[in-house]
Design a binder for this molecule. Structure first.
Ligand code: ADP
Length: 511
């Protein structure tokens, strides 16, 4: 599931324009209600909220707004689905895997429609949604479908009068709180391992982007998951989201979003029922470009890392340290490369750069760009936005960034590439690690020794060497320090969705 912009570009570049997938015309969005027990519900409060197209500012449709009472209703349904003797609880594990494969088949069938909805709701380019988000989602479902009947414990040798085994059991009801930057993919990263391990789930998509999650609700029903196994509640963070974190009926919450909200969730989890929490939070990701690197490769990979998804990625390449000898040339080539980015209508296959998600986020990014200018960073490219009342920010490049500037410290979550200068390896390792975050880092060098020693020194959950955004469903993803707790993806994620039970038999006879 390579999730970099490269996937879209490589496939799209090789495909004749006439053969490229095309968005479908969405006259009316079909699924706009709360999904509980395989049925569609209106909100108990009677409230709805609009979901907007960030490219135009138009309302796409009104969506039912879940609040605490709706969360209670969904948790009750998930509890019944999880109880001893239920169809889900008794289901053979390999059949759980077949259900996940069936869901993957349905996502493939509806791939054009889902990619269109994702593009409309987030503003991300349609082809990026089609080739990256949808491909990654399908692969995640199939990967965990394969695990469903391979999750097992051990027999553990102890004192000879006992026989001990461990069993890996589902945790129970798992809450998933989803961000707006990769609404479908982040949902799959959570529900695929949760369902493969036999849990039931309640999901809250981000208020900005509920549409693809709700479409998945219709596919869950069509795939014939038992009622109550998957429940989807569109709603706001401080209401529905907070109700997940503090709910005593929810056994685990998986959250992707800001570090500040991650802290609130952990606090609520501790104060309610000590539910398990996994967090995938912010990043201020260092990239180290040594003078001996393949310079063009470094420029291209870092550029995609910085501007992919309009920079709205926790993995964004946001602090790029370039060794003195190649500094000017790196900046020059970065500017040339940024000029090739095509800003425009996200549904147009030529577009590679869309709008930011909403006005509040746009304002935050523009404020940080202004702070960069004021604090003395050199604006090399971009720095503005297109037209009045538009959310399209130009890809922006700053050079001569100093470690203490706001753009060097705060997570921008926008299309801003900050380039720093460094002299020695020792110095750059210290500066790269000088952050409260520790999500990903990247090293560009042709020296194997340097790549290995620097990757060992990085305080991050992932280190990419001579590549960027090279995420794969088979490998774990998560952060050190304040970038999060726990790991998603790969075999490691299974542990985040299972309890281990030790069963000890006392034997009356021994040989
Ligand atoms: P961002 O700042 O990028 O919008 P957030 O962390 O605010 O990211 O949002 C990520 C997800 O967390 C969204 O689904 C949002 O609704 C939810 N959320 C926001 N605030 C809270 C909260 N207090 N409790 C639980 N979930 C929340």
């Amino acid at each position: 599931m390579a999730q970099s912009g490269t996937t879209r570009n490589r496939v799209a570049e090789k495909t004749p324009a006439s053969d490229l997938p095309q968005p479908v015309k969405v006259q009316q969005v079909r699924n706009t209600k709360i999904f509980i027990n395989n049925e569609w519900h209106t909100s108990i409060s009677g409230r709805t909220f609009p979901t907007l197209n960030p490219a135009t500012g138009d309302t796409i449709c009104e969506v039912q707004e879940a609040d605490k009472e709706d969360v209670d209703k969904a948790v009750a349904a998930a509890k019944v689905a999880m109880q001893l003797g239920s169809a889900w609880r008794k289901m053979e594990p390999s059949r759980r895997g077949r259900l996940l494969h069936r869901l993957a088949d349905l996502v493939e069938r509806d791939r054009l429609l889902i990619a269109t909805l994702e593009s409309l709701d987030t503003g991300k380019p349609f082809l990026q949604a089609f080739f990256v988000d949808l491909e990654g989602s399908i692969r995640t479902l199939r990967y965990y479908a394969g695990w469903a009947d391979k999750i097992h414990g051990k027999s553990v040798p102890v004192d000879e009068t006992f026989m001990c085994i461990t069993k890996h059991e589902p945790i129970g009801i798992c809450g998933a709180i989803i961000p707006w930057n990769f609404p479908l993919l982040m949902l799959m990263w959570k529900i695929a391992p949760a369902l493969c391990c036999g849990n039931t789930v309640v999901i809250k998509p981000a208020e900005q982007t509920p549409l693809t999650a709700l479409h998945i609700g219709s596919l869950i029903k069509e795939a014939e998951f038992p009622p109550g196994v998957v429940n989807i509640l569109p709603g706001f963070g401080p209401t529905a989201g907070a109700a997940f974190a503090s709910h005593c009926g929810i056994d685990k919450v998986a959250f992707t979003g800001s570090t500040e909200v991650g802290q609130l969730i952990k606090e609520s989890a501790a104060k309610s029922n000590l539910k398990r929490v996994t967090l995938e939070l912010g990043g201020k990701n260092p990239c180290i470009v040594f003078a001996d690197c393949d310079l063009q490769l470094a420029v291209e990979e870092i550029q995609k890392g910085a501007f992919y998804n309009q920079g709205q990625c926790c993995t964004a390449a946001s602090r790029v340290f370039v060794q003195e000898k190649i500094y000017e040339e790196f900046v020059r080539r970065s500017i040339e490369s940024a000029k090739k980015i095509v800003i425009g209508d996200p549904l147009d296959p030529q577009t590679t750069h869309g709008p930011q998600i909403d006005q509040q986020h746009f304002d935050k990014i523009m404020d940080l760009i202004e702070s960069g200018k004021k604090e003395g960073a050199k604006l090399e490219y971009g720095g503005g936005y297109l037209g009045e009342k538009s959310l399209f920010i130009q890809p922006t490049i700053f050079s001569e960034v100093k470690d203490s500037m706001r753009i060097a410290v705060e997570e921008i979550f926008g299309p801003v590439l900050c380039i720093f200068r460094f002299k020695s390896q020792q110095e750059v390792i210290e500066r790269a690690n000088n952050s409260r975050y520790g999500l990903v880092s990247a090293v560009f060098t042709t020296s194997m020794d340097r790549a290995l020693s620097v990757s060992g020194a990085m305080e991050t959950g992932t280190v990419w060497i001579n590549c960027y955004n090279a995420l794969h469903v088979q490998t774990p993803f998560g952060g050190y320090k304040m970038s999060g707790n726990g790991r998603e993806l790969g075999e490691y994620a299974l542990a985040e969705y299972s309890e281990v039970k030790t069963v000890t038999f006392k034997m009356s006879e021994t040989m």
